[in-house]
Design a protein around this ligand. Sequence first.
Ligand code: ADE
Ligand code: ZN
Length: 357
Amino acid sequence: MSAMPNPTAPADRGGLSADYLRALPKAEVHCHLEGCVPPRTAVRLAERHGVALPAGARDGGDRYRFRDFDEGLKIYLAVCRSMQTAEDFEAVTYESLVTAAEGGLRYREMAFNPQNHPELTYDEMVGGILAGARAAREETGVISRIVVAINRQFGGEAALNLVREVLAHPHPEVVAIGLDGDEKAGRPAEFVAAYDLARAAGLKLTAHAGEHGDPTEMVECLDLLGVDRIDHGYAALLDSALLARTAASRIPYSACWFIDYPELEVEGRRRDVAAMAAAGLNLCLNSDDPALIGPELHEDFIDAAAQLGWTVADAEQYALAGLDASFADDTTVEHLRAEFTAELERLRPTAYGANHQ
Ligand code: ADE
Ligand code: ZN
């Protein structure tokens, strides 16, 4: 006869309390600012600026409704078009960071797409983001940095011009260049000049790859763009050489758990993340688009812990993983690491709930 498992025994896998997982200090490096705008805010901004939102952004109540990634991306672009002033950027940044801080977020790298906001100059957008980030930090302590994301759809020359614009208006909080949008819209090879220029200026480099595309996309990002991090990267599971190479190099993967949208085949995605962790990749968990795709990062932690049967050590490792992947300066990261370590130790006795013996 087999012994009955005791689901609350601390030595066992699983059973971590939701309160503990929510309180864990967290850091994420892959989160789109425009994907943090809740539908009610998007509707308000769209009405103010006379922008027509797709039906899926208007009638879903607290949620956006879309059938697949392409439809979700159309909503994302319409939300972008609804942010037309520096004050809009400030309000969206503030609201998103304060909301996430309630779930234990202490550090976020926020990507935004300047090319999706033609009404504003680069400096107006960054100025708004920095004002919102400052207010959120004063209120909650959450620290943030900015990734300027190139939208693949606009091509290589526009990307190069965007990087020139970024370099002409330096801000210490802008730490990296990213690449996002529809993976079908253009190969990473198109963006070599933009990435070379950004690297020469000391910016860090990341790119979305292997989210929908195949592993050759990821190899191009590594070999031609020289990325320091990979956003998503699930397609690595289809290429054993790439898997071995990136496990050995320890390049960070900013993966996303995605629990809210069955339309995006999240079951498959969660299996991918679990397989990537099992393959020994340097993985951190991220919310990506917490308002668009959902949910907030602490909810991903709660679901991942249950599905993967996390131990306390697993939870602590994922809490710290976002810091390992961060592009912030060493002093900031070390300061955060010391804070996280002390907080993790303080929280450890609560991992299985207040009433646990
Ligand atoms: N822009 C916003 N979210 C994105 C995602 N998940 N993939 C590519 N581009 C995006
Ligand atoms: Zn993303």
